[in-house]
Design a protein around this ligand. Structure first.
Ligand SMILES: [Zn+2]
Length: 229
């Protein structure tokens, strides 16, 4: 019952995920070794964009770890890894400007970000409860429990989907500002763009994985007519 043709639907998603994570690592590594000509650091660029958008009160902190950069909407803090904060490479500037893009989205009430943050609690509950409920549903032959698991898992899929416009928008804002304000020239922008595209691919892979996982649950539950064996 647990192994069937439905397990194969995950294979393309797993391959895309593996490709995306190796691509983001190699691209980041490549462009973190290319210094930007004007020499501004990630922190400089982040502070500039925040101030330009009237976000003087949003601090920029250094955080540990590699590629751990993020914007925390609850604390209203931009956290950059050491490489990005102090670095002036094409990768550093791209990541810094991208994370600040999330702060600007938050401030301007960018709808997909609002929706995404609103569904986070459901998603957190779903990621712990959806699969156990579904499996319990199979064991006790309860369509209600299986259905509940599927509904909760759908919240995760929705979250991953709404993350895509949030991420793409933060990257396009980043490139527009880095180019428009003269931090990077056109050739440099191409390198930075590759880093941000690789990062975006990891979100596409995560979304694809969740869709395939949902499809797999639907096939296993028999809702799509696949559980007769
Ligand atoms: Zn992002």
């Amino acid at each position: 019952m647990f192994f069937g043709f439905w397990d194969f639907v995950l294979i393309p998603a797993i391959l895309v995920s593996l490709y995306a994570s190796s691509k983001v690592n190699s691209t980041y590594k490549q462009y973190s070794q290319v210094p930007s000509k004007r020499g501004f650091t990630g922190a400089d660029v982040a502070r500039f964009i925040l101030n330009q958008n009237g976000l003087h009160d949003v601090p920029i902190e250094v955080t540990g770890g590699h590629l751990s950069d993020h914007y925390d909407p609850r604390a209203r803090v931009v956290r950059l890894s050491q490489d990005v904060y102090y670095g002036s490479s094409l990768a550093s500037l791209g990541v810094a400007a991208h994370e600040v893009g999330h702060a600007v989205q938050h401030d301007t009430g960018y709808l997909p970000l609002y929706v995404r943050n609103t569904v986070i609690p459901v998603t957190q509950f779903g990621s712990t409860a959806a699969i156990p409920l579904f499996i319990l549903g199979i064991f006790v032959s309860s369509e209600t429990l299986m259905g509940l698991g599927i509904v909760l898992f759908s919240a995760i899929v929705f979250f991953q989907m709404v993350t895509l416009p949030v991420e793409f928008n933060a990257s396009s804002r980043a490139l527009a500002t880095l180019g428009g304000e003269g931090f990077l020239d056109e050739v440099e922008l191409k390198g930075t763009s590759k880093v941000l595209q690789a990062a975006a691919l990891t979100y596409v892979a995560a979304a694809l994985t969740s869709v395939m996982e949902l499809l797999r649950l639907l096939l296993m539950s028999g809702i799509l007519g696949g559980s007769d064996d």
